[in-house]
Design a protein around this ligand. Structure first.
Ligand SMILES: Cc1cc2nc3c(=O)[nH]c(=O)nc-3n(C[C@H](O)[C@H](O)[C@H](O)COP(=O)(O)O)c2cc1C
Length: 211
């Protein structure tokens, strides 16, 4: 079954790596806008990889919450597995895969908590259901049974209902300052284009990579 499945067989855009901005964020923004226009499903979903205290990698999908000149931002609980891992080691990798376009973007950098006001603002901007889930907390802790979850959600619903400004203390926006960013464009003949930006003391270097 696996061998019969096509991969990178559809029509995909071409990418000229000589016609790019000096820094990676504007190129990411342009690729992202194209992904949205092309109707890519959940283009803001990315794999966030961290390492634990034993150097064991861990990875999960998160939503991109913000992008600015300083880099990428996501939001999660500081007390979750990933939050604890980041407290011990801020090294992080982000991977975007836009299947419909045959594109991948790989970011490596350092994740730091944003200031508490930004985390608070992010929490209050979330839909009611997300706030209920986040306020309930205990993300990544073992759950004895689903009934315990229902009880905890009901309690969080009541708390937020009574005080709409209530904020989950552990909710944290993390900003990722990139060290390297790679743009990968698939080619049906497997002559994939790989362009890597690398941070230098004065800005960014760029280099092509063998596919
Ligand atoms: C599409 C998608 C989006 C998600 N977005 C988030 C998110 O923005 N924040 C978050 O904490 N978890 C998000 N999750 C859940 C995480 O993948 C993960 O299960 C959770 O954060 C616990 O991870 P941890 O045990 O490594 O801390 C998302 C999952 C999916 C599939």
């Amino acid at each position: 079954m696996l061998r019969g499945l096509p991969v990178l067989a559809h029509e995909m855009p071409s990418f000229d790596p000589t016609d790019v901005p000096d820094a990676p964020v504007p190129l990411f923004a342009a690729w992202f806008a194209t992904a949205v226009t092309a109707g890519v499903d959940e283009p803001h979903a990315m794999t966030v990889s961290t390492v634990d205290a034993d150097g064991f990698p861990d990875a999960r999908v998160l939503i991109l919450k913000d992008l600015d000149d300083d880099g990428w931002a996501f939001a999660t609980s500081a007390t979750s597995a990933k939050g604890r891992q980041l407290a011990g080691n801020p090294r992080v990798a982000l991977t975007f895969h836009w299947r419909e376009l045959g594109q991948q973007v790989r970011v490596r950098g350092f994740a730091r908590p944003a200031d508490p006001a930004a985390s608070r603002q992010d929490f209050l901007a979330r839909p009611f259901g997300s706030r209920v889930a986040t306020l309930t907390g205990r993300q990544s802790e073992p759950l004895a049974d689903r009934a315990a979850l229902d009880i905890a959600f009901a309690r969080s619903r009541a708390l937020i209902g009574a005080d709409p400004d209530l904020v989950a203390e552990s909710h944290t926006v993390y900003r990722v300052r990139p060290e390297t960013v790679e743009f990968w464009q698939a080619d049906r003949e497997r002559r994939h284009v790989r362009l890597r930006y690398r941070r230098t003391p004065d800005g960014w270097d760029r280099e092509l990579l063998w596919p």
